[in-house]
Design a protein around this ligand. Structure first.
Ligand SMILES: [Zn+2]
Length: 66
């Protein structure tokens, strides 16, 4: 049930906490806020953090779905 991330890396700015630009980033998905939307990109270290947090979230919502 793990959604596949489309592994398509581009060189751009990271939208998450590190604030770096010109680094390999991957598209996470559309951010929707106040009726607008933007495309959010994440660098590799922050993607790893998100994966850990997302996995914990999935496990919390659907425990032992093996
Ligand atoms: Zn980053």
């Amino acid at each position: 049930m793990t959604p596949r991330v489309d592994e398509h890396w581009v060189t751009d700015g990271c939208w998450l906490g590190c604030g770096r630009t010109g680094v390999p980033v991957i598209w996470l998905g559309p951010l929707q806020w106040e009726g607008q939307h933007a495309l959010v990109y994440s660098c590799s270290p922050y993607l790893d953090r998100l994966k850990v947090q997302a996995f914990a979230y999935f496990m919390e919502r659907r425990p032992a779905a093996v």
